[in-house]
Each structure stands twice: as C-alpha cells, then as structure tokens.
Design a protein around this ligand. Structure first.
Ligand code: BGC
Length: 752
C-alpha cells in the first residue's frame, strides 16, 4: 500500500528489530498532520542532503534522500499532455516505448470553452496521465495574459482577460492535484512575450500589475491551492523573477500566503545570493556559471549546489532559508509522492481521456461568422474539398517545451474523411507551403511534407478543384514552427504567413461555399473577412483534433466557443505603439548573467497600463474584426431583461438574473457574459470589464434564468497608493450579453 512505507521498509524493519513496541516516528505516520511530519523529517536531514534537494540532478528530476525513504521529484511538461521522457542530461527524447501520451487541446482552446467544468475535466485527465507516468509535478498550467498577439506562447495561456483566466485556472489546478500530482503554475509573472525573454526588464505600475497580470496567479494559489509555481525568465523592476524579492517574497509568499514550492524556469537562475534569499526554492535547468550549455552533468555547479553549501559552511549564509526551502519541498512531497492518499486512478491514453480531449476541443471551436452555410448540409454535399497544410500537418510535435509524443493525432482531413465516409467524397489540395519540418527533440512526425509545385501552381490546382466541389473548407493559420505559435521567439507578422491570404481570396472567387478554418493560438489579421461566408476559429486541439472539428462542421456538436482574446483588424490598432512598450529598448542597463557580469538588459514599459485587449479597443473606440467573447451558434438566443436590486450595501453582494431562451430549432449552449461598468468613477476605468459568465445548455424553445452574484470585488479597482482594492460608492451598471460588444440587457444599482 503506502508508497512511502515501501521506500522505507528498511527503516521500519530496523526500528522493529531493536524495539518490540515501535511507535512510528511522525514522518512515517500517516495519522500525523503534514506539518508535524515535515518538521520531523527536516530534523533528520543533514545540511548536505538539504542542499542537494534544492537543485536538479537531471533535466527533469531533483534528488530525494533514499536513506529516509524520500523519493526523487520528477517534473514533466505540461501543460497539454505529458512530455516524452528525455535522456538524463539531454533534451532529446530517451526513446522509451511507453510514453506516447494523449494530447489535450491547447490552453487557449480550453479558455475558449468558457466552461469551468471542462477545465476541471482537463486537469483531472492530464493529472491521471501524469500520475500514471510517475510524475510528481506537472509544469503547467500557464496563465500569462495575452498582451500582444505576437507572443509566441499565447497558445499555452488562457487569453487576455484576468477574470476568465482566473476562473479557468482554478478547476484545472484542482483537477490535476486530485491525483496527487502538483500543478506548477507558470510563468510567474509578466512573461508576456518570447522575444528577449531572458533579458527583458518589465516596468509596470502597481494598479496594472494587480488588476491585469496577477489575478490568475493569485486565484491559482489561493482558490486552486497550487502546490508549486514557476518563476519566469524575465526581470521585473531590475530583478530576475526566479529570485525576485517583491514578486516571490512580498507578494506570493507574503500577501498571498503561498506555502508551496517556487521552482525556477529552466535556466532562469543567475545568482546564488539572490537565489538563496529572494524566494526561490528549487533550481532547475541552469546552464552553469561560465560553462557551455553542452557541459554534461554539471549539476554540482548550480547556483544552489556546491557554492550554496560552501556559503553555509563558511558562514556566508545561515540555514534559515535552507530550512524554509526544504520544508516547502517536503510539504509538496507529502502532498504528492509521499502522500498515502495519492489517487490510485492513474490512467493513460484511455478512451475517457480521448473523449475528454474531443469534447473540450469541440466546445472550444469558435464560429466567428456564418452566412447560413454551416453546418454542412449532408443531404446535398457530395464533394467536399479541403485546402491547406494545416488540414494534414501534425501539430502536437513542435512549439517548444509543450511538444508531445502522441499515440495518435487525428488530423482535420482524417476527421472529416472518417465522418463523411459514405456521405461525400473528401479530397485535399495543399494550397500553400508552410512549415515542412516535423521534429522536436528527437520526436518526429514521420510526415513528408516536401513539395515541388510553385506557389502559383498550388493556388491554381486548389482553385480548379474548388470549382468542382460543393463545399470548400480552407484549413490554415499558424503552426508550431519558429516565429509562429512557438516558444523562444515571437511572431514576425500579425497577418497569416506563407501567402495564405491570396489562397483564401482565390478560393472565395472560385466557390461561394467557402468555409475558412483558422487554426492558431493567437489572433490573426483577416483582410478577407467580408469575402468569405463562414469563418471558424480553431486552435491546436491535440490527439482528437480532426474529430472535434468534424463534430462542429457537421453540426453533430453545436458550436459554443467564445473568443478568449480580441481579433483586432491590424496590429497597429492595438495598444503597443512604441519599442519602449514592445519589444523593449536598450537603456544601458546591464546585469550579471551566468558568469558574464555585463549582459545587456532591455527595458520595457507597460505604459498602456490596464488597457490590454478589449479594455484598450473599447476605451479608444477602435472597431475590431471579432471582439473578445464573440462566438456564434447554429441556433439563436434571446436575452430578456436583467433584474437586480436597486442597491447593494457595502460588504454585501447582490444577485442579478437574466432569462435566456433558445429561439432556434437546435439544442445549443450560450456563454452568458456579465460585464461591470462604472459610469461615475473617480479614477480612469475601462468601458466595461468581465466579472461573470455562465455557460447554459438549452433545448429549442427552452428558457433558463441565469443568475450571477456580484460582490464588491467585482466593482473594485486597485488603489496603488493605499495598496488596497477599493469599491467606490455610487452607481454601477451591469451589462449582460453574448460578447464584450454585444450587450443585450443591462441594469443599474447603487453601492451604498
Ligand atoms: C519553459 C517552461 C518549461 C521548461 C521545462 C522552459 O524553457 O519556459 O515552460 O516548463 O522549459 O521544459
């Protein structure tokens, strides 16, 4: 039974043999409170053992203490599936044959479901896979706010709104941890771009920090109860975030009372003194002072390794910080790999997980536009032409650390062919050449995407086939290649790459029944929006991608996704206008970095403040292509009049209700969104801010009364001077609708 006891059989046997009536020491006694067990175990460790526990011993593990039955900690990426095992000290896959996982939809897709229950299902499912693979810590979820659509890692995060990201991250974390696997929420914080991610020093005012960039992390910690968090690569206010006094000590561990482990991002530690004193607990992935990245097994050179021990031995450091770090690590272990309650439900690539991935995927797809062309008419459709590289390209491989090795990935083309078998002939034309690579750290898609035709010929071939078809479904967008939706670099352009706009325009002329499916983790420009009758926003949906997409295109599933980010018309319309804002400027700031004490730092200023995403576009009154929260259905919904009490007393809450009716002929789901607007505020505020949402499933003709609770937190702004949240007395307007721009009903009340 208890894993810990197995590890420590020798210890117990020793106790039994010298004592006829052994009383279990606290650290072994499941009935003792965790804190007692931690203290007992801590008191038995030597300084050398403790120091060893604070840094990695391999790419993804840090050591336990075998003589006391403390197992190693094993981390895994995250956040969309369990990463393949890599070699001990290499990034390349180890070549195991038992680690091909289920790929779940990317976190942008999860956010687009606006369904908290699905976030729980996601967390639970991926937690079961992590548990099956014997992992202690899952490196995810990510909740950095989408500040620029150029950020290469937006696909791993939960959109542009702090409220939406907060609501979705909590059940994910809880679901993972139900399985005795620690979630590691990343990347804390202000890691909103990949360009210069190691050297960007963010300057942001406190109101913006607390209102926009911290809420999802706070919710993950305080409501989700996250057991670990990952410091980000960038700097904030002149200190690297893996050892940042304000971020880690003052806010995370101080204000929020975080009792878990701060894990560095891989290679995010740069200084022993700060790593000891400024909030870091566990160091991973360092590139070791003065050595090349390729130096093998240099773990003793880590910032928290030999030089930390040396510093303790020569009196530079006391042991107080060390004990705090190890206490946190042991606490995490009693919650995970030393827990007697660790779930026995460890499942991997099972039908339930594929079903979860398919359901989340289908619920995440956003129907952006539909001039009565979707769902596909299966009575009349005989020839369906699919165009585009993304219809066939495997997307689970690539993109950086979230890259996976999967047992299967159903492509959009396969999904459609499977669903339309015996109904219509489904053929494919490439249309354009995008990214033909298919390898990541030794995992290969095995696809040959080489192409000899010219761009003109590819378009001509697609157009000729389009003219002969009942429907044309273009499936393109971005991919997981460098400078696309991928770690380590940002996108170079907001528009679609590889000349796809020209392909879409040519197809629109060739066939009026064109459906454009944009697959990406980020907003893109859609200059052809008025020429195309139907547009769907698809994301990276993992193993069951093609089935989720076919479900929605055919109407087996009525679309109910809503955009978790604004689709601006052009990049220039957005809030980032200068290099100071993005990607940062050289102001002569220098810092010590991995043994080089003169590294150029780029300073970046978040001068747009709280005006991120829809908050910016609405304040500036700039029209967008598709607003935050937008998403259509194959049915229609009617909103009745919202009702709320006339007044709310300070410190209390009120309920606001709105009847919503399915007025079409198909069952479907609507995400009813509640925005707060403060017309009388004394400080500058956004036009409206999301403060509630509910997804309701309705049969044709059915009405549901959707109820929201509004409390002072929903009305508050962060007063930086007082360092507290403030809800001013006076009138507030509650606006309820189908998107941030499609408000259907509103009601006002007074805060007294
Ligand atoms: C990424 C993290 C990831 C880690 C381990 C880093 O480069 O930023 O998100 O968890 O590598 O692969």
């Amino acid at each position: 039974m208890k894993k810990h006891l197995c590890y420590t059989a020798a210890v117990i046997l020793a106790a039994v043999s010298c004592n006829q009536n052994p009383k279990l020491p606290a650290y072994l006694d499941d009935n003792s409170p965790i804190e007692e067990r931690v203290e007992d175990l801590l008191s038995r460790l030597t300084v050398e053992e403790k120091v060893a526990m604070t840094h990695a011993q391999s790419k993804f593990s840090s050591p336990g203490v075998p003589r006391l039955g403390i197992p190693d900690i094993w981390c895994t990426d995250g956040p969309h599936g369990i990463r393949t095992d890599v070699l001990w000290d290499e990034w390349n896959q180890a070549g195991c044959t038992n680690d091909s996982c289920t790929a779940f939809p990317a976190l942008t897709a999860l956010a687009a479901t606006w369904n908290e229950e699905l976030a729980g299902l996601y967390g639970e499912s991926i937690g079961e896979e992590a548990s099956f693979r014997g992992k202690t810590v899952l490196l995810g979820p990510g909740v950095n706010i989408n500040r620029t659509p150029l950020n290469g890692r937006t696909f791993e995060y939960m959109g542009e709104d702090p409220y939406l990201a907060s609501r979705m991250v909590v059940p994910y974390v809880q679901g993972v941890q139900k399985n005795g696997v620690a979630a590691c929420v990343k990347h804390y914080a202000l890691n909103n771009q990949e360009a210069n991610r190691h050297t960007t020093n963010v300057h942001v005012d406190d109101r913006t920090l607390y209102e926009i960039y911290l809420p999802a992390f706070k919710a993950a910690v305080q409501e989700g109860g996250a057991w670990s968090i990952m410091g980000s690569y960038n700097l904030y206010d002149g200190q690297w975030n893996c050892h940042n006094q304000r971020m880690l000590c003052d806010i995370l561990k101080g204000e929020w009372g975080f009792d878990g482990v701060v894990i560095s991002d891989w290679g995010g530690v740069h200084n022993t003194d700060q790593a000891v004193k400024q909030g870091l607990d566990l160091e991973y992935g360092s590139w070791t002072n003065g050595l090349t990245m390729g130096r093998s097994d240099a773990y003793s050179l880590y910032y928290l390794a030999d030089r930390y021990l040396q510093g303790i031995q020569d009196g530079t450091y006391g042991t107080e910080e060390l004990d705090d770090k190890v206490r946190r690590i042991l606490r995490l272990q009693y919650r995970t790999n030393l827990s007697s309650e660790r779930s026995r439900i460890a499942k991997f690539t099972c039908p339930e997980h594929y079903a979860a991935a398919r359901r989340i995927g289908a619920e995440s797809i956003v129907l952006l536009k539909n001039d009565n062309i979707l769902p596909l008419n299966l009575e009349t459709a005989k020839k369906v032409l699919v165009v585009g590289e993304n219809a066939v390209k495997m997307m689970t491989v690539g993109g950086g650390s979230s890259s996976l090795k999967v047992k299967h990935e159903i492509s959009p083309l396969q999904g459609l062919q499977e669903r339309l078998e015996g109904i219509a002939e489904v053929s494919w034309e490439r249309g354009y050449v995008g990214d033909v690579t298919g390898n990541y750290n030794g995992v290969s898609t095995g696809q040959d995407l080489s192409e000899s035709r010219s761009a003109e010929q590819l378009i001509a071939d697609a157009v000729a086939a389009a003219k002969e078809s009942d429907y044309v479904i273009f499936i393109g967008g971005l991919n997981k290649g460098h400078h696309q939706d991928s770690e380590g670099a940002d996108r170079r352009q907001y528009g679609l790459p590889y000349g796809q706009d020209a392909v879409i325009e040519a197809l629109a002329e060739a066939n009026p029944n064109l459906i454009v499916v944009n697959m990406s983790g980020n907003a893109v420009a859609m200059p052809w929006v008025d020429k195309v009758p139907a547009i769907m926003q698809d994301w990276y949906l993992g193993s069951e991608h093609g089935r989720s997409l076919a479900d929605v295109l055919t109407g087996d599933v009525n679309p109910s996704g809503k955009l978790p980010m604004t689709f601006a018309t052009t990049l220039e319309d957005g809030p980032l206008k200068s290099e100071k804002q993005y990607p940062g400027v050289d102001e002569g700031t220098r810092r010590a970095f991995d043994g080089n004490d003169n590294v150029k730092i780029l300073d970046e200023y978040y001068t747009e403040g709280i005006y991120v995403g829809y908050r910016w576009f609405q304040k500036q009154n700039v029209a967008v292509t598709f607003p935050f929260g937008h998403g259509l259905s194959y049915t229609t919904f009617d909103y009745g009049q919202a009702k709320a009490p006339k007044a709310m007393k300070s410190g209390k809450s009120i309920k606001v209700c709105v009847p919503v009716t399915n007025t079409g002929s198909l069952a479907g789901a609507e995400v009813v969104q509640l925005y707060v607007s403060d017309p009388e505020c004394s400080v500058d505020k956004p036009v409206r801010e999301l403060k509630g949402f509910k997804k309701v499933f309705l049969q044709p003709g059915e009405t549901a009364t959707v109820e929201f609770t509004v409390d002072e937190a929903a009305l508050s702004y962060f007063d930086a001077e007082k360092h507290q949240w403030v809800a001013e007395k006076g009138e507030y307007k509650l606006e309820i609708g189908a998107s941030s721009e499609d408000i259907r009903t509103s009601v006002s009340f007074e805060l007294k």
